[in-house]
Ligand binder design. Sequence first.
Ligand SMILES: Cc1cc2nc3c(=O)[nH]c(=O)nc-3n(C[C@H](O)[C@H](O)[C@H](O)COP(=O)(O)OP(=O)(O)OC[C@H]3O[C@@H](n4cnc5c(N)ncnc54)[C@H](O)[C@@H]3O)c2cc1C
Ligand code: HEM
Length: 418
Amino acid sequence: MKTPSLSPQSAEIVAATAGVVAEHAVEITRSFYPNMFAAHPELLRVFNKANQAIGEQPVALASSVVAYAVHLIDPDAPDFTPVMERIAHKHVSLGIKATEYTIVGHYLLEAVGQVLGDAVTPEVAAAWDEVYWLFGTQLIAAEARLYALAGVDPEEPWRKYEVTERTEETDEVFSLTIKPVEGELPAHTTGQYVAVAVDLPNGERQPRQYTISGAPEGAFRLSIRRVKGVDGHPDGQVSTWLHENAHPGTVLDVSTPSGDVVLEESDAPLVLASAGIGITPMAAIVEDLAERQPQRPVTLLHADRTASAHPLVETMQASSSRLAHVAEHVWYEEMDAAGEARGARVGRMDLTDVEVPTNAKVFMCGPLPFMRAVRRTLMDKGVDPRNISYEVFGPDLWAQDPDNDAAEQKVQLNAAMA
Ligand SMILES: Cc1cc2nc3c(=O)[nH]c(=O)nc-3n(C[C@H](O)[C@H](O)[C@H](O)COP(=O)(O)OP(=O)(O)OC[C@H]3O[C@@H](n4cnc5c(N)ncnc54)[C@H](O)[C@@H]3O)c2cc1C
Ligand code: HEM
C-alpha cells in the first residue's frame, strides 16, 4: 500500500507532539468513547461492551493512531499495511460505514483537546486532524474494497442464517452449523471469522466474532465457548445467549466472512499451535488440507486444561486421518486416563524436544502469553518470524505487550521521540 504523506507543517507538529499524545493516548480514547456514546447511543450496538469495560478497545485504538502517526513521520518505519488490513477486516466484520468516520473523528479530536488542554493550539489540532483523516481514508478505502469483493452493501451488512445443527463438543464448547436462509453460502477463506449479532434480553444488541471452524456441505460451522464470569465478573453476554438460545431453527444475524489470518496457497509445511478455544481456526485449516492438500506436512500442537475440555477432537481426527504427513502433540494441565490414552503430556505446551521444520508456516491462536512463548521458542528453533501468523480472540494488543519481543512499534515510537 502506498504511504500517504503529511503536509510539511503537520509533519513537524506531529513529530514534536507524538510523545505527549502517546503518553495521554489511552486517557484520550477513554474520554472519547463516553462522549461519543452519549451523543450517538446507536453506536453502542456495534462496539463490544466488555472490551470497553475491560479497557482493551481504548488501548487498541489509541496505540494504532499513535503507531500510524509515527509511521507517517519515520521514513524507516516498517510497512503499515498488515496493521491496516487487520483493522479493516475487523471493521468489515462489524459493518462499519464510511460515514461513521466523521463521528469518530469529531469525538476523538475533541477528546485530544479535552485531555491536552492549552497544548492543543489550532495548528496542533489541524495536524492531528490530518493524521486521523489520512488513516481514516486509507481504512475507508480498504474497507470499501473488502465490501465490494464480498458483494456486501455496508448499509445492509447482516444476513439471516438458520441454525441447522447443534453439537455439544465439551461441557463448555458447542458447535452450530448455520446456513443462509436465502441464497448461497458466501465465499470465505480458511481461517476467517464472521460476526454474530444478538438482541439481548436487556434490549441491548451486541456483535461478537466467531471463527468458521469448518464448512461442511454448504454451511458454516462455528464453535463457541460459553464464557463464565470469574471473580464476580458477569458471564459472557453473547456466548451465554447463544448457549441458551441457539438451537436448530434459530435464525441469527451473521456478517460477511472477514479476517486476514488465512491459509495461503503454498506447499510449505504447516505448524498449527493452539490453546483452548484457539483450536477453531486449526480445525478449519485441517479440514481444508484434507480436502485440497492431503500431502502437505502438518504439525498439530494443542494445549488445554484437561482431555475433557479439549474441543473438536473427533472433528480434527476425522480430518487429520486423511493427511499423509501429520505429527500431533498435546499437553494437558491436568492429566487423567483419557489424556494418557491420547498420548498427551502433562503441563503447558513445551516445544523443546518437538521437531519443527525451519521453513514452516505457523499459525497460532490462544491467549497472548501462550502465543508469545510459542513464537519465541519457534524463533529459537530457526523459524522465520515473518512466517508466524496469529489470531487474537479480542482486540489485538500484542503490539502493546510490555514483553513483546517484536515490539517494532515501540522502537519506532522511541526513535521518533528521541
Ligand atoms: C477474530 C475473532 C475470532 C474469534 N473466534 C472465536 C471462536 O471461534 N470461538 C469462540 O468461542 N470465541 C471466539 N472469539 C471470541 C468471541 O468473539 C467473544 O469474545 C467471546 O465469545 C466472549 O463474548 P461474550 O459476549 O460471551 O463475553 P463478553 O460479554 O464479551 O465478556 C467477555 C469477558 O469480559 C468480562 N467482563 C464483562 N464485563 C466486565 C466488567 N465490567 N468488568 C470486568 N470484566 C468484564 C466477562 O466476565 C468475560 O470474561 C473470537 C474473537 C475474535 C476477535
Ligand atoms: C481512523 C479511524 C479508526 C481507527 C484508527 C480505528 C482503529 C481500530 C482498532 C485498532 C481496532 C481494534 C482492531 C483489533 O481488534 O485488532 C478497532 C476496532 C473497532 N473499531 Fe475502529 N478505528 C477507526 C474508526 C472506526 C469507526 C469510524 C468505527 C465506527 C463506529 C469503528 C468501530 C470499531 C469497532 C466496533 C471495533 C471493534 C471493537 C470491539 O468490538 O471492541 N472504528 N478500530
